[in-house]
Design a protein. Structure first.
Length: 249
């Protein structure tokens, strides 16, 4: 786990081996339709206010998961949901099914994204092949982000794409690279120096902030690497962050 190339960021180090118990993971990110059912059944609803990028990050006071500022269909990944919202969804699904659904630990997430491989991206090492395998920043993104440095290809999606629009990784998981960032259970430590070696969530460091992984539709290749880490406040909502859940054995 971590930076296997020596070219990553300091918070991806030290690279280390982690022993992980078996688990199941959702094959796609939680969709708008799934989240809509959760809200309808629980009356849990987000307050308005969601971050978006326009010459820097800003908060749109009227934006929310129903209206993230761009058109979505029921099969798109839900965005503008906080870590706390994701936790509430997991609790509802657990109580509804009698099973133990949770956000993945960072170790579980990276293990699943790598799928027994040591490449930079879920599909391999090729930047040129990203358009065929992931929804990231490419020429279509220039319509909204004209100053971005993007891949010289066009996957046709300026913002979110329907889940499973791209090939799955070797373990049948879609969008582990790109589409939306995905919340993980962990608090935010600045590196892996004291990280657990057994795959559980790291609950040391700043627990006001929580991690998210995988990159999103507006990210250039460096930020789509499997080892890349990011974080946000637990109550923060952004239009490029969603989640998926795991089920323990």
């Amino acid at each position: 786990m971590g930076d296997l190339t020596g070219k990553g960021q300091s918070d991806e180090r030290p690279a280390r081996q982690v022993a992980i118990e078996g688990f199941w993971m959702m094959s796609t990110e939680v969709t708008v339709a799934m989240y809509q059912e959760f809200v309808a059944r629980t009356k849990h609803d987000n307050e308005a206010g969601c971050g978006f990028f326009s010459a820097g990050w800003q908060v749109g006071p009227d934006l929310n998961w129903r209206n993230p500022g761009f058109e979505q269909q029921p099969d798109h990944p839900v965005t503008c949901v906080s870590w706390e919202d994701a936790q509430a969804f997991a609790s509802w699904l657990s109580s509804s099914t009698g099973l133990n659904f949770q956000l993945p630990s960072e170790s579980q997430w990276e293990y699943a994204a790598r799928a027994s491989r040591s490449t930079r991206f879920a599909h391999g090492n090729s930047i040129e092949a990203l358009c065929d395998h992931a929804n990231g920043a490419d020429e279509s993104a220039l319509r909204d982000y004209p100053t971005f440095e993007v891949n010289t290809c066009d996957d046709g999606h300026t913002r979110t794409a329907p889940v499973a629009s791209y090939p799955a990784n070797h373990w049948g998981l879609h969008d582990m690279t790109g589409n939306v960032w995905e919340w993980v259970a962990d608090c935010w430590p600045s590196d892996y120096a004291d990280a657990p070696a057994n795959g559980v969530a790291n609950l040391t460091g700043s627990c006001e902030r929580r991690g998210y992984r995988g990159g999103a539709y507006g990210d250039v290749p460096f930020f789509l690497r499997i080892a890349l880490r990011n974080r946000g406040y637990a109550d923060e909502r952004r239009d490029d962050v969603g989640f998926r859940l795991v089920l323990s054995r």
